[in-house]
Design a protein around this ligand. Structure first.
Ligand code: ZN
Ligand code: ZN
Length: 175
């Protein structure tokens, strides 16, 4: 009985916001299940919420979207947003997470690339990075997916993997 409860708690729910093709989300879901020892499932699909639109910039407020997905259950909730997102003081964001919290958010808007493989790899790295923050990880200077990314070029230059130190921290956080 205890095991069943544990499994239920360890589900990561993906909430798709806007127009991200299901086939892309499915590839991401599958990749993340290989990285993290959790069940990932697509829980909901929402239209872009009007109340989160920053009209003067045509971008969506990342904090507003993060709050929105926190209304959903799950051990973790990962939001995958089709539009450009931002935050006061930034021109744009690739993702956002509450450090040590339950919610993580990525925007695929600036990750898109003619080379689909590269685009999907960027999605995976950004999702790993933001989920890493929910496991208490900070930015890391090693060859690591937790390296800070200012641009998609930084994303391309980091590996799709946690370094040894970060892997240990995640394991400690989980057990
Ligand atoms: Zn970060
Ligand atoms: Zn690291």
């Amino acid at each position: 009985m205890g095991v069943a409860i544990l499994l239920l708690m360890e589900r990561v729910n993906i909430v798709v916001i806007g127009d991200v093709p299901p086939v892309e989300v499915e590839i991401l879901r599958n990749e993340l299940e290989k990285v993290f020892s959790y069940d990932f499932s697509v829980y909901a699909r929402l239209p872009l919420p009007e109340e989160c639109l920053m009209e003067s910039r045509g971008q969506y407020d990342a904090t507003c979207l993060l709050n929105r997905i926190m209304q959903y259950p799950g051990y973790r909730v990962l939001g995958v947003v089709s539009s450009d997102i931002s935050f006061p003081g930034y021109n744009f964001l690739l993702g956002l997470a509450a450090s040590g919290g339950r919610g993580a958010l990525i925007s695929v808007y600036r990750l898109r690339h003619g080379d689909r493989k590269r685009y999907l790899e960027r999605m995976k790295k950004e999702a790993m990075h933001e989920l890493g923050h929910t496991f208490g990880l900070k930015h890391c200077n090693n060859r690591c997916v937790m390296q800070f990314s200012n641009t998609v070029f930084d994303v391309d230059n980091k590996p799709p993997a946690f370094c040894e130190e970060c892997s240990i921290k995640i394991r400690e956080h989980l057990r």
